[in-house]
Design a protein around this ligand. Structure first.
Ligand SMILES: [Zn+2]
Length: 212
């Protein structure tokens, strides 16, 4: 059996920005400690990974060395936008196109590979983004995250931002129907369904409806 793993390589600054947490500047340990440890484990179990890169981070020498080494060791380098905007779903399609294209060019220049895979920040995808990916000859998009997880995550962001009365406009609270209504019937006539919890096919919860 061949196993593939996708990793969104999101640096700490993304969470600091999204949650408005200010921390003192620290070295990018994600590229010098966390991800090298993860890749050691992948290689031990012969797992090919697809690493979704925020291209702006390639300005960090540590990031460049890490992704170059990973690519040379057979891992796939993919596009996760240029700067990972928190309000990705409400950006104009021109802005989203620029983020994708800038990242595509930066990754090609710094790592020497043409990306063929994309994942949107915040798991938001629409026809406009797919058109841009198709123009750039991408082979796949991996932005869907069906299940209740996305909805709960966005609800948490919304409540947190509302309570703090700040940063409401900076977040993307848009919901997509394929994320919300991913309920699969198991036995339609006995009213049993599976509710997807994440995009992994086995992460489902049974859902029973008793009509009596
Ligand atoms: Zn991300």
């Amino acid at each position: 059996m061949k196993t593939f793993i996708h990793v969104d390589v999101d640096n700490l600054w993304i969470y600091e920005k999204e949650y408005q947490i200010n921390t003192p500047p620290i070295p990018p340990l994600i590229y010098t400690q966390a991800m090298p440890l993860a890749l050691n484990s992948f290689e031990e179990y012969q797992i090919s990974s697809s690493l979704f890169v925020i291209a702006k981070d390639l300005e960090l020498p540590e990031a460049k060395v890490f992704f170059k080494t990973a690519y040379q060791n057979g891992h796939e380098i993919c596009n996760h936008s240029y700067s990972h905007p928190a309000n990705w779903g409400s950006l104009s399609s021109t802005d989203r196109g620029q983020e994708i294209t800038l990242a595509h060019k930066k990754i090609e220049k710094e790592i020497g590979t043409k990306c063929v895979g994309f994942r949107a920040p915040g798991y938001y995808i629409d026809d406009e983004v797919l058109k841009i990916l198709s123009i750039l000859n991408y082979k796949y998009d991996s932005s869907l995250l069906p299940g209740a997880g996305t909805m709960l995550m966005k609800l948490f962001f919304y409540l947190k931002a509302s309570i703090g009365r700040k940063n409401l406009e900076a977040h993307d609270f848009s919901f997509q129907s394929h994320n919300l209504f991913s309920i699969q019937p198991i036995h339609l006539w006995s009213f049993r369904w599976e509710l997807a919890l994440t995009c992994a096919s086995r992460s489902t919860a049974p859902l029973f409806i008793n009509l009596v």
